[in-house]
Design a protein around this ligand. Structure first.
Ligand code: UD1
Ligand code: MG
Length: 452
């Protein structure tokens, strides 16, 4: 296979998003639009990846490096069109002579098989990715010759009324031999309705230079673009439908599928039951036989088989929940290991902690992990009983088999099998409540008498 490099166009401001952030960094299914494109592009195993961004868009390049650590950046200061944007990448690809694939950063559903098909179709020359649409308005139209080659792409604004009836549209994604690309780009002009340098004009130029442009096609949904937040939500819906189906086909029961939201990378085992209204953020791995009850929010967490999560649980990044453990209502776990069979069933915060197997964490327990400046660790052994409303002031260690009495504030290490109790003595006053009640009732009666 020929060497491939990719250019991702992402210089657009995305003004219709009404956002302070670059359009391609908006997320669907737990991943940025750019991330989806680059993830699909991994299948091409590119030699070089160049992202064309505008000024003040460092974050776009940083995100690109999350997918391709060697990704390079090309800056397009003035937005003079797609052809101009591609020419900004020429310097970064000066030593490359294989096939260049141009992708759009805001077309996230493009799939790896389609990209492979496009590059195979291009051979040593050039191919565009097209699609049939019942509503082709706004797209460039592909004009073919008798042999099925694309001889010209006509932008909607420049098209005749006859050309506008064509339903075969341009996705914008092309594959083209690098030498051919760099030789033709300087020939583009901007004498068109938008006054821009159109990448699409390469097709006519290549044909004139003796390289016919081939056509690869894909379904319209795959090249749906994002211009505003309505389209963003449409892409989200497409992805969620896909992932709900994927998990159900893999043996996950979704009681109300439309209310459960996944990330593209969510991994779930067999015989897991997910009740309504659960959100899986990025980086979640769930084992077999887990029960996830309603209104739980889980991200960056691992849940081992047989565990029970929720209702109303929050698992944050670094939560590692052991086999058969229970994390109940209004319990938050962050960057903590919860051992096999351990239980924290109600109203608890566990952060920067290790909890041993079989330990019971009572309602209202808090690991006080932050002193206002730094985070500290709480280490609780196996088979420990932590009574309700305990504050564990970290750094602190509780040995195996220890008991902590309800309401204690634990500020020192507790040895194994010890009892820790911190309380003031209970002051009991016999009959006090009755006397108080009678005194209050008498005063109320006296007030009423005076008023009448
Ligand atoms: C483009 C195609 C059109 C195709 C449509 C598919 C051209 C001339 N037209 O039109 O045939 O049907 O996509 O959606 O290519 N960009 C830059 N710098 C620029 C201009 C654009 O980086 O100077 C980027 C944008 O951020 C975007 C992509 O290129 O990611 C496409 O640009 P856009 O303005 O949306 O092109 P369309 O008019 O939609
Ligand atoms: Mg567009």
């Amino acid at each position: 296979m020929t060497d491939i490099s990719i250019i991702v166009l992402a210089a657009g401001k995305g003004s219709r998003m009404q956002s302070n952030h670059p359009k391609v960094l908006h997320c669907v299914a737990g991943r940025s639009l750019l991330g989806h494109v680059l993830h699909a592009a991994r299948a091409l195993d590119p030699c070089e990846t160049v992202v064309v961004t505008g000024p003040d868009m460092d974050a776009v390049w940083v995100e690109a490096r999350n997918f391709f650590p060697d990704a390079r950046r090309a800056m397009q200061v003035d937005r003079l069109g797609t052809g101009h944007a591609v020419s900004m990448a020429q310097e970064a690809l000066a030593n490359f002579s294989g096939m260049v694939v141009v992708l759009y950063g805001d077309v996230p559903l493009i799939s790896a098989p389609t990209l492979l098909k496009l590059t195979e179709t291009a051979g040593e020359g050039m191919a565009v990715l097209g699609f049939e649409s019942d509503d082709p308005r706004g797209y460039g139209r592909l004009i073919q010759d008798g042999q099925g080659h694309v001889i010209r792409i006509r932008e909607e604004l420049d098209a005749s009324s006859a050309e506008r009836t064509i339903r075969l549209c341009n996705s914008g994604i092309i594959a083209i031999n690098a030498g051919l690309l760099w030789s033709l780009l300087p020939k583009l002009n901007n004498t068109n309705a938008k006054g821009e340098y159109y990448l699409t004009d390469l097709v006519e130029l290549a044909t004139a230079a003796g390289t016919p442009c081939r056509l690869a096609s894909c379904p319209e949904e795959e090249v749906a673009g994002v211009n505003d937040r309505i389209q963003l939500s449409g892409i989200e819906e497409t992805l969620q439908k896909f992932h709900r189906r994927r998990h159900m086909l893999n043996g996950v029961t979704l009681v109300a599928p439309a209310t459960v939201f996944f990330s593209v990378d969510t991994v779930i085992g067999q015989d897991v039951v997910v009740e309504p209204h659960v959100v899986f953020g990025p980086g979640v791995i769930v084992g077999n036989g887990v029960e996830i009850r309603s209104f739980s929010h889980i991200e960056g967490a691992t849940v081992a088989s047989g565990a029970r999560i929720g209702p109303y649980a929050r698992l944050r990044p670094g939560a590692d929940i052991g086999e058969d453990a229970h994390i109940g209502n209004f319990v938050e776990v962050k960057k903590s290991i919860v051992g096999k069979g351990a239980k924290a069933n109600h109203l608890t915060y566990i952060g920067d902690a290790r909890i041993g197997a079989g330990t019971n964490i009572g309602a209202g327990t808090i690991t006080c992990n932050y002193d206002g400046y730094e985070k500290h660790l709480t280490n609780i052994g196996a088979d420990v009983f932590v009574g309700s409303n305990t504050s564990l002031v970290a750094p602190v260690t509780v040995g195996d088999g220890a008991s902590i009495a309800a309401g204690s504030v634990v500020t020192r290490d507790v040895p194994p099998d010890a009892l820790a109790i911190s309380r003031v003595d209970l002051d009991l006053r016999e009959g006090w409540a009755k006397r108080y009640r009678e005194m209050k009732a008498a005063r109320k009666a006296a007030r009423k008498n005076r008023q009448s």
